[in-house]
Design a binder for this molecule. Structure first.
Ligand SMILES: [Fe+2]
Ligand SMILES: [Fe+2]
Length: 140
């Protein structure tokens, strides 16, 4: 089994707290969304929440395999407001996640752990897609 440094396990657990927060944030915004354009955006929030769940699951599994204990800590959550505020808040979280995963790709590389590196790259790719979806909604 590959070995991971405590620092890398800690960084993966930090990503896990962010993913767990995203699961809840998107799911609650899905429930709370109101307004003329809410049906489409509400559906999108639910869809994104499910993908964040997949990210959380994959990272938790990886932490376990590397000999660490997957955290149950959940990062800061901000839900509600009008639809634009919801999209803005989630977009900020996605931007932060992009920076985090770029760093994690490098850390995994430094750990000589190609499987974790590929996982970080895959999640980074989907995170960029999420940001792009939200930017499209905002007309960016
Ligand atoms: Fe994610
Ligand atoms: Fe995301």
């Amino acid at each position: 089994m590959p070995k991971a440094s405590p620092k890398f396990i800690e960084a993966l657990n930090e990503a896990l707290t962010e993913e767990l927060a995203s699961v809840i944030q998107y799911l609650w915004d899905h429930i709370l969304a109101r307004g003329l354009e809410s049906p489409a955006i509400s559906d999108m929030f639910k869809e994104l929440s499910m993908i964040e769940m997949k990210h959380a699951y994959a990272i938790a599994e990886r932490v376990d395999l590397l000999g660490g204990v997957p955290t149950t800590a959940v990062g800061p959550i901000k839900v509600g407001g009008d639809l634009r505020e919801m999209v803005d808040t989630n977009l900020k979280l996605e931007y932060d996640a992009i920076e985090m995963y770029k760093k994690l790709v490098k850390t995994a590389e430094a750990e000589d752990d190609p499987v974790s590196r590929r996982l970080m790259e895959d999640i980074l790719g989907e995170t960029e897609e999420h940001a792009n979806k939200l930017e499209t909604v905002l007309g960016k």
